[in-house]
Design a protein. Structure first.
Length: 248
Protein backbone atom coordinates (compact mmCIF):
# COMPACT_ATOMS: atom_id res chain seq x y z
CA UNK A 1 0.00 0.00 0.00
CA UNK A 2 1.27 3.49 -0.84
CA UNK A 3 1.50 6.00 2.00
CA UNK A 4 0.54 9.66 1.58
CA UNK A 5 3.24 12.27 2.11
CA UNK A 6 2.60 14.42 5.20
CA UNK A 7 3.99 17.83 6.08
CA UNK A 8 4.23 18.91 9.69
CA UNK A 9 3.85 22.57 10.59
CA UNK A 10 1.58 24.64 12.83
CA UNK A 11 -0.25 27.91 12.08
CA UNK A 12 -0.54 28.51 15.83
CA UNK A 13 3.21 28.41 16.21
CA UNK A 14 3.65 30.55 13.12
CA UNK A 15 1.31 33.32 14.30
CA UNK A 16 1.81 33.00 18.05
CA UNK A 17 3.83 36.23 18.36
CA UNK A 18 1.36 38.35 16.36
CA UNK A 19 -1.57 40.40 17.68
CA UNK A 20 -4.38 42.32 15.90
CA UNK A 21 -3.09 45.66 17.15
CA UNK A 22 -0.02 45.14 14.95
CA UNK A 23 -2.20 45.20 11.80
CA UNK A 24 -4.77 47.93 12.43
CA UNK A 25 -6.06 49.66 9.32
CA UNK A 26 -8.85 51.84 7.97
CA UNK A 27 -12.30 50.19 7.76
CA UNK A 28 -12.10 50.07 3.97
CA UNK A 29 -8.82 48.15 4.16
CA UNK A 30 -10.27 45.72 6.69
CA UNK A 31 -13.26 45.12 4.41
CA UNK A 32 -10.95 44.46 1.45
CA UNK A 33 -8.92 41.96 3.48
CA UNK A 34 -12.13 40.25 4.67
CA UNK A 35 -13.50 40.01 1.13
CA UNK A 36 -10.25 38.36 0.01
CA UNK A 37 -9.80 35.98 2.95
CA UNK A 38 -13.38 34.82 3.62
CA UNK A 39 -13.70 32.69 0.45
CA UNK A 40 -10.26 31.20 1.11
CA UNK A 41 -11.44 30.20 4.57
CA UNK A 42 -14.80 28.72 3.65
CA UNK A 43 -13.48 26.71 0.70
CA UNK A 44 -10.83 25.12 2.94
CA UNK A 45 -13.45 24.49 5.62
CA UNK A 46 -15.70 22.79 3.05
CA UNK A 47 -13.25 19.88 2.84
CA UNK A 48 -14.97 18.32 5.85
CA UNK A 49 -18.29 18.34 4.02
CA UNK A 50 -16.83 16.78 0.88
CA UNK A 51 -15.25 14.01 2.96
CA UNK A 52 -18.58 13.42 4.67
CA UNK A 53 -20.36 13.28 1.30
CA UNK A 54 -17.88 10.71 0.02
CA UNK A 55 -18.54 8.60 3.10
CA UNK A 56 -22.32 8.86 2.71
CA UNK A 57 -22.03 7.76 -0.92
CA UNK A 58 -19.59 4.98 0.04
CA UNK A 59 -17.10 6.09 -2.61
CA UNK A 60 -13.85 5.33 -0.78
CA UNK A 61 -13.05 1.79 -1.87
CA UNK A 62 -9.31 1.29 -1.30
CA UNK A 63 -6.93 1.57 1.64
CA UNK A 64 -4.82 4.02 -0.34
CA UNK A 65 -7.70 6.44 -0.86
CA UNK A 66 -8.81 6.12 2.77
CA UNK A 67 -5.30 6.99 3.92
CA UNK A 68 -5.19 9.90 1.48
CA UNK A 69 -8.45 11.43 2.69
CA UNK A 70 -7.56 11.04 6.36
CA UNK A 71 -4.30 12.93 5.85
CA UNK A 72 -5.90 15.46 3.48
CA UNK A 73 -8.76 16.27 5.85
CA UNK A 74 -6.38 16.97 8.72
CA UNK A 75 -4.36 19.32 6.52
CA UNK A 76 -7.45 21.17 5.28
CA UNK A 77 -8.62 21.58 8.87
CA UNK A 78 -5.23 23.09 9.65
CA UNK A 79 -5.67 25.51 6.76
CA UNK A 80 -9.14 26.56 7.93
CA UNK A 81 -7.88 27.17 11.46
CA UNK A 82 -4.98 29.16 10.04
CA UNK A 83 -7.24 31.37 7.94
CA UNK A 84 -9.34 32.07 11.03
CA UNK A 85 -6.21 33.20 12.84
CA UNK A 86 -5.26 35.45 9.92
CA UNK A 87 -8.73 36.99 9.76
CA UNK A 88 -8.59 37.67 13.50
CA UNK A 89 -5.22 39.37 13.05
CA UNK A 90 -5.77 41.48 9.93
CA UNK A 91 -9.50 41.65 9.11
CA UNK A 92 -11.18 42.35 12.45
CA UNK A 93 -12.51 38.82 12.55
CA UNK A 94 -13.80 36.96 15.60
CA UNK A 95 -13.11 33.23 15.89
CA UNK A 96 -16.55 32.56 17.40
CA UNK A 97 -18.32 34.57 14.70
CA UNK A 98 -16.32 32.95 11.89
CA UNK A 99 -17.07 29.41 13.07
CA UNK A 100 -20.75 30.29 13.35
CA UNK A 101 -20.76 31.70 9.83
CA UNK A 102 -19.03 28.58 8.52
CA UNK A 103 -21.41 26.21 10.29
CA UNK A 104 -24.45 28.10 8.92
CA UNK A 105 -23.46 27.66 5.28
CA UNK A 106 -25.35 25.20 3.05
CA UNK A 107 -23.80 22.55 0.83
CA UNK A 108 -25.13 21.15 -2.44
CA UNK A 109 -23.14 18.51 -4.28
CA UNK A 110 -25.40 18.18 -7.31
CA UNK A 111 -22.99 20.26 -9.42
CA UNK A 112 -20.29 17.59 -9.07
CA UNK A 113 -22.45 14.47 -9.31
CA UNK A 114 -20.72 13.41 -12.52
CA UNK A 115 -17.42 13.24 -10.62
CA UNK A 116 -18.89 11.31 -7.70
CA UNK A 117 -19.41 8.10 -9.64
CA UNK A 118 -16.54 6.11 -8.16
CA UNK A 119 -13.25 6.47 -6.32
CA UNK A 120 -11.27 6.87 -9.53
CA UNK A 121 -13.28 9.91 -10.69
CA UNK A 122 -13.06 11.45 -7.23
CA UNK A 123 -9.27 11.07 -7.12
CA UNK A 124 -8.87 12.69 -10.55
CA UNK A 125 -11.08 15.58 -9.43
CA UNK A 126 -9.09 16.07 -6.22
CA UNK A 127 -5.71 15.82 -7.97
CA UNK A 128 -6.72 18.55 -10.41
CA UNK A 129 -8.42 20.76 -7.85
CA UNK A 130 -5.44 20.72 -5.49
CA UNK A 131 -3.11 21.57 -8.36
CA UNK A 132 -5.31 24.56 -9.22
CA UNK A 133 -5.35 25.71 -5.61
CA UNK A 134 -1.58 25.39 -5.43
CA UNK A 135 -1.21 27.71 -8.44
CA UNK A 136 -3.84 30.13 -7.12
CA UNK A 137 -2.14 30.46 -3.74
CA UNK A 138 1.23 30.95 -5.39
CA UNK A 139 -0.23 33.93 -7.27
CA UNK A 140 -1.24 35.59 -3.98
CA UNK A 141 2.25 36.48 -2.73
CA UNK A 142 1.81 40.25 -3.10
CA UNK A 143 -1.38 40.22 -1.01
CA UNK A 144 0.22 38.34 1.88
CA UNK A 145 3.43 40.32 1.66
CA UNK A 146 1.33 43.46 1.98
CA UNK A 147 -0.24 42.42 5.28
CA UNK A 148 2.77 43.61 7.25
CA UNK A 149 4.65 40.53 8.46
CA UNK A 150 6.85 37.98 6.71
CA UNK A 151 5.04 35.32 8.72
CA UNK A 152 2.10 35.67 6.35
CA UNK A 153 4.41 34.98 3.41
CA UNK A 154 5.70 31.94 5.28
CA UNK A 155 2.09 30.86 5.77
CA UNK A 156 1.50 31.14 2.04
CA UNK A 157 4.53 28.98 1.29
CA UNK A 158 3.32 26.32 3.72
CA UNK A 159 -0.25 26.09 2.38
CA UNK A 160 0.97 26.16 -1.22
CA UNK A 161 3.33 23.28 -0.49
CA UNK A 162 0.52 21.36 1.22
CA UNK A 163 -1.71 21.71 -1.84
CA UNK A 164 1.06 20.53 -4.14
CA UNK A 165 1.59 17.47 -1.94
CA UNK A 166 -2.16 16.77 -1.88
CA UNK A 167 -2.26 16.79 -5.67
CA UNK A 168 0.67 14.42 -5.95
CA UNK A 169 -0.70 12.13 -3.23
CA UNK A 170 -3.97 11.87 -5.17
CA UNK A 171 -2.07 11.21 -8.38
CA UNK A 172 -0.15 8.44 -6.63
CA UNK A 173 -3.40 6.71 -5.61
CA UNK A 174 -4.45 6.73 -9.26
CA UNK A 175 -1.08 5.45 -10.43
CA UNK A 176 -1.08 2.67 -7.84
CA UNK A 177 -4.69 1.50 -8.12
CA UNK A 178 -6.06 2.67 -11.47
CA UNK A 179 -3.25 2.41 -14.00
CA UNK A 180 -5.69 0.65 -16.34
CA UNK A 181 -7.93 3.76 -16.39
CA UNK A 182 -5.34 6.47 -16.97
CA UNK A 183 -6.65 6.85 -20.51
CA UNK A 184 -9.89 8.24 -19.04
CA UNK A 185 -8.21 11.04 -17.09
CA UNK A 186 -8.07 13.56 -19.95
CA UNK A 187 -11.82 13.45 -20.53
CA UNK A 188 -12.56 14.00 -16.83
CA UNK A 189 -10.13 16.93 -16.74
CA UNK A 190 -11.82 18.50 -19.77
CA UNK A 191 -15.04 18.71 -17.78
CA UNK A 192 -13.32 20.05 -14.68
CA UNK A 193 -11.62 22.91 -16.53
CA UNK A 194 -15.05 24.44 -17.15
CA UNK A 195 -15.82 24.43 -13.41
CA UNK A 196 -17.55 27.08 -11.32
CA UNK A 197 -16.50 30.53 -12.52
CA UNK A 198 -18.77 32.61 -10.28
CA UNK A 199 -18.78 32.63 -6.48
CA UNK A 200 -22.58 32.72 -6.39
CA UNK A 201 -22.70 29.35 -8.19
CA UNK A 202 -20.36 27.62 -5.74
CA UNK A 203 -22.24 24.98 -3.74
CA UNK A 204 -19.88 24.50 -0.81
CA UNK A 205 -18.34 21.43 -2.41
CA UNK A 206 -14.66 22.30 -1.72
CA UNK A 207 -13.85 21.57 -5.37
CA UNK A 208 -14.69 23.62 -8.50
CA UNK A 209 -14.18 26.91 -6.68
CA UNK A 210 -12.52 28.46 -9.73
CA UNK A 211 -13.83 31.98 -9.36
CA UNK A 212 -11.62 35.05 -9.28
CA UNK A 213 -9.11 36.56 -11.67
CA UNK A 214 -6.41 34.02 -10.80
CA UNK A 215 -8.31 31.17 -12.44
CA UNK A 216 -7.59 31.98 -16.04
CA UNK A 217 -8.08 29.54 -18.90
CA UNK A 218 -4.32 29.40 -19.22
CA UNK A 219 -3.85 28.48 -15.57
CA UNK A 220 -6.48 25.73 -15.72
CA UNK A 221 -4.93 24.37 -18.94
CA UNK A 222 -1.50 24.32 -17.30
CA UNK A 223 -2.89 22.43 -14.31
CA UNK A 224 -4.57 19.94 -16.64
CA UNK A 225 -1.27 19.37 -18.45
CA UNK A 226 0.59 18.92 -15.15
CA UNK A 227 -1.84 16.23 -13.97
CA UNK A 228 -1.58 14.35 -17.26
CA UNK A 229 2.20 14.56 -17.09
CA UNK A 230 2.44 13.41 -13.47
CA UNK A 231 -0.08 10.62 -13.80
CA UNK A 232 1.84 8.81 -16.54
CA UNK A 233 5.08 8.56 -14.56
CA UNK A 234 5.84 5.21 -12.92
CA UNK A 235 5.67 5.09 -9.13
CA UNK A 236 9.03 5.14 -7.37
CA UNK A 237 9.83 3.23 -4.19
CA UNK A 238 9.98 6.51 -2.31
CA UNK A 239 6.51 7.50 -3.48
CA UNK A 240 5.12 4.15 -2.39
CA UNK A 241 6.60 4.75 1.06
CA UNK A 242 5.34 8.32 1.33
CA UNK A 243 8.77 9.92 1.08
CA UNK A 244 8.23 12.02 -2.00
CA UNK A 245 5.18 13.85 -3.28
CA UNK A 246 6.58 16.80 -5.17
CA UNK A 247 4.82 17.42 -8.46
CA UNK A 248 6.76 18.56 -11.48
Amino acid sequence: MITPVRRNWSPKELFNALTPVMFTAEPSVLRTRWKKLWPELYTEYDARHLKEELSVRNLIATEEAAAFFDAWARDEERHAEGFIQIMELVADGSEKDLWERLDARSHNFSAINEYLKDEFSVMVMIAFDEMCTCHAYAADKSFYAGLGSNRFVRWLREVTADEAVHSMNAVNVIRARYSDRIGEVGTILDGLTSGVADESDYGGTFVLDYFGEKYTKEMLANCRAAILRNITKPLTTGERDGRSGRPS
